[in-house]
Design a protein around this ligand. Structure first.
Ligand code: DGL
Length: 264
């Protein structure tokens, strides 16, 4: 099975890491638009333009499915007239939150663009109009994760959370969606700050959804390829200092040989 997965940077690898555990034998073509990262502070037209170019590029590898492993890009997918062939992270994350929440008060943290687009709220309210959604943007958080060394950023992330988003707890949220795929990298830390709040990991939930599609629509091929090794090829549009280090730490193996520089 060939899957195209893309994001502005390393964040979407949180989907890849989980997908590799759930579906053995899958081949992933991962695109990180590191030149244009962060997407979360861009205008809708720019995001659509970048995303369209990436989808066109990934299509050259004839993937069976393409995953927008980015909350920000997923917020504009509806405006891009993509077929079901391209799926995003919003629905799987909201669906998971809807199953977990007891009191219906759901927090969402994501990029400025994602929060302003209100796509997470829209999706949650479509699932259940009684939900109360409290969203907060974290404008610089994806950048801190992308360019920092993720093994060492705990105190910076904790400071950020305590200062900018911990107040969400006062709304009695019992569930918090990590609406940007960079954030699950610090899931346990965020979990320790939001005690007694169920944390929804957009990377994991999206991988679960992809696995469901593969095990449904492509079941025979999944079964025949199950003994194969997972394969990963990564395309980047800029060589950022910590990309290989962070990417390797997220997926759990060294990726230096798998990264190729491309210009779109
Ligand atoms: N991983 C992206 C997201 O899920 C990062 C956003 C950015 O580039 O600002 O939104």
């Amino acid at each position: 099975m060939r899957i195209g997965i893309f994001d502005s940077g390393v964040g979407g690898l949180t989907v890849v890491k989980e997908l590799f555990k759930l579906v053995p034998g899958v081949e992933v073509f991962y695109f990180a638009d590191t030149l244009n990262m962060p997407y979360g502070n861009k205008k809708k037209e720019e995001i659509i333009e970048c995303a369209s170019r990436i989808v066109k590029f990934l299509t050259l590898y004839s993937p069976d499915l393409i995953v927008s492993a980015c909350g920000t890009i997923s917020s504009v997918l509806a405006d891009m007239n993509m077929s079901n062939y391209v799926i995003g992270v919003i629905h799987p994350s909201c669906y998971a939150a809807s199953k977990v929440t007891k009191n219906g008060n759901i927090g969402v943290i994501a990029t400025s663009f994602s929060v302003e687009s209100r796509q997470y709220s829209k999706c949650l309210l479509e699932i259940n109009e009684k939900f109360k959604v409290f969203s907060e943007s974290c404008p610089s958080l994806a950048g801190i994760i992308e360019d920092g060394d993720i093994r060492k950023e705990d105190s910076e992330i904790a400071k950020y959370m305590n200062l900018h988003v911990k107040f969400l707890k006062k709304y009695d949220i019992d569930t918090l969606i990590l609406g940007c795929t960079h954030y699950p990298v610090f899931k346990s830390l965020i979990s320790s700050i939001f005690e007694n709040v169920s944390i929804i990991d957009s990377g994991f939930e999206t991988a679960k959804y992809v696995a469901q599609i593969l095990n449904g629509k492509f079941r025979d091929r999944v079964l025949s390829e199950i003994s194969g090794k997972n394969k990963l090829k990564i395309f980047v549009t800029k060589r950022r200092k910590n990309f290989i280090l962070n990417a390797s730490n997220i997926v759990g193996f060294g990726v230096s040989r798998d990264v190729v520089f491309v210009s779109l």
